[in-house]
Write a protein that binds this ligand. Structure first.
Ligand SMILES: N[C@@H](CCC(=O)N[C@@H](CS)C(=O)NCC(=O)O)C(=O)O
Length: 205
């Protein structure tokens, strides 16, 4: 078993799906949480000047989606058939776009005019992403309720995680997308995920 060291801030943010993948697979890893206040002194020493990054027996991987896909493949959570793997990629790419749009709202310029534009872009991305993801889930017949194939994959983890913060601010956002809502419920009540979610470090976002 390789030694995994996962570096991210002490928040869920962009990095949490990585921790959830380790938890789901039951694979131990070193969870390096860098305090925001220490970031200026860490930044120059990190491989890409940003987080997350993952060390695998000392070899570095950067880019959150690359890391998540690597872990999903290693842990057999990337979908079974080639088509399923691509569907997992399709769903997780939509969700990454959606999170990126949310980050722009939270971290971009806070003046009224910019927020109006960024928020409109976010809502547009959410609607586009949710519509398509809901459709992909609907085509997964005899699936036992999972997004892709017949067991939990990284798509389900991402669907749960990507809406975590968004739902706090906009609790009705999934009203039009019942399939997405039910996948989230399946993840939340999966025994391994349920234990992880109840025990993980609590952070604001
Ligand atoms: N495309 C990169 C973006 C990484 C990124 O921007 N990370 C943010 C935290 S979510 C960061 O490190 N910000 C601090 C900085 O750039 O100085 C990825 O997906 O990993």
């Amino acid at each position: 078993m390789p030694k995994y060291v996962y570096h991210y801030f002490d928040i869920r943010g962009r990095g949490e799906p990585g921790r959830m993948l380790f938890a789901m697979a039951g694979i131990p890893f070193q969870d390096e949480r860098i305090p925001q206040a220490d970031w200026p002194k860490y930044k120059a020493k990190t491989p890409a000047g940003s987080l997350p990054y993952l060390e695998i027996d000392g070899t570095v991987l950067t880019q959150s989606l690359v890391i998540f896909r690597h872990l999903s493949r290693m842990f057999g959570l990337d979908g079974d058939s080639l088509l399923d793997k691509s569907k997992v990629d399709e769903i997780t790419t939509y969700l990454a776009e959606m999170k990126e749009a949310a980050f722009k709202c939270y971290l971009g310029p806070q003046d009224e005019e910019s927020q109006k534009t960024l928020n409109a872009q976010f809502v547009d991305t959410v609607n586009k992403s949710c519509k398509r993801i809901n459709e992909v889930i609907s085509t997964n017949k005899n699936s036992d309720g999972w997004a892709v194939g017949k067991k939990l994959t990284f798509a389900d983890i991402s669907i749960f995680e990507a809406f975590d913060v968004v739902l706090q601010g906009q609790p009705n956002i999934l009203d039009k997308y019942p399939r997405i809502r039910s996948v989230r419920r399946k993840v939340e009540t999966h025994s391994v995920m349920q234990k992880y979610l109840s025990q993980r470090k609590q952070t604001a976002f």
